[in-house]
Design a protein around this ligand. Sequence first.
Ligand SMILES: Cc1cc2nc3c(=O)[nH]c(=O)nc-3n(C[C@H](O)[C@H](O)[C@H](O)COP(=O)(O)OP(=O)(O)OC[C@H]3O[C@@H](n4cnc5c(N)ncnc54)[C@H](O)[C@@H]3O)c2cc1C
Length: 367
Amino acid sequence: MIRIVTARAALLVGQAAFWLPSGRRCQSLGEPAVDFDGHSPGFVRGVARGANGLATAVYAASEGLSVLVLDSRAFGGQAGASARIENYLGFPTGISGMALMGRAHSQAQKFGATVAIPDEVVTLESAPDLYHGRFLLLLRGEERASARSVVMASGARYRRPAIDNLAAFEGASVHYWASPLERNLCDGQEVALVGGGNSAGQAVVYLAGKVTKLWLIVRGSGLEATMSRYLVERIAALTNVELVIDSEVVLLEGQDGVLEAARWRHRRSGEETRRNIRHLFLFIGAEPNTSWLSHCDVVLDEKGFVRTGTELGINRPALATSRSGVFAVGDVRAGSVKRVAAAVGEGAQVVAAIHAYLAAPDDQPVP
Ligand SMILES: Cc1cc2nc3c(=O)[nH]c(=O)nc-3n(C[C@H](O)[C@H](O)[C@H](O)COP(=O)(O)OP(=O)(O)OC[C@H]3O[C@@H](n4cnc5c(N)ncnc54)[C@H](O)[C@@H]3O)c2cc1C
């Protein structure tokens, strides 16, 4: 049986209510499971124990908002899976993703945020007539949570090719982006990059200035169908870039996460090539975790990422989605840069937007 519990909560100031079956256990990582069927404060956050969810929780809770963080899986999101984050401000020697997220989790709890896992959000509804304009999140298992505002931080998943031992090299030698850090890591080395889209092309041009040799590996028969012409032409002019068509990376070799060689196979002939590759770049796309938003009237872009701010209209507040009171931050947001620091920054920024919304919920322009 589901019962209604009213709690002093909400993603920020204000009241919210939780609909939780009696005896439901909400587990807070690092602590024993606790019963959470009483009058506990909370804010409803659609998805979130990634960098972004925890950042929002820290900033929102430290500014007096009641916060409930819901996550379907575990601690830390993608950042938690990173063996070593080298480019996060304040950690010049790097820090493991799990250590960084562990600290964020403790900090969120210190400020009073409530964290619930595993709690998968199945859909977002609004029930303005019944619940005075609050948002209602349906959780797997027929539970409900509501609040006056919702922040979506459900992140994204990078597409990963089917290479058996790929995970062993992620973090140190396998990269899903090419920032100045990765570019410097590759200085004077031979690398491979998989992908035929524009983001792959831009990364090739960017990395080519540093590396001795770059193998650009694509499954198709060329770049023309998937990459802008100017990039195809620029790549053709780079003498240290070699295009490998109709091929897939099939095996990585190395020790302790340090890549020493890669093998790729021609898809028709089956012929294999082995090269002494030190870094592998994968640019085969990212998929947003937005299937739970498919019937929520939240506008997504053509790839399924959540549109926010001026993408929706000239007067739309930053990080606001097409539904007033619902915000999106981090990798799930269309146009996000997909870095830990960016996710954390947006988590801080959205708190001001929520305050503004709660102060004048009816003044928010809706396209
Ligand atoms: C292997 C790896 C290494 C990386 N290394 C770096 C690095 O060195 N430097 C850097 O800047 N960036 C790095 N990144 C990128 C960085 O981790 C991400 O940009 C950042 O973590 C995004 O945070 P987020 O909170 O937006 O999303 P995520 O980290 O994806 O978190 C989203 C969370 O939402 C939860 N969720 C999804 N759907 C639901 C639902 N329906 N209900 C409830 N919960 C849900 C997920 O379980 C997840 O925990 C790395 C990424 C990977 C994969």
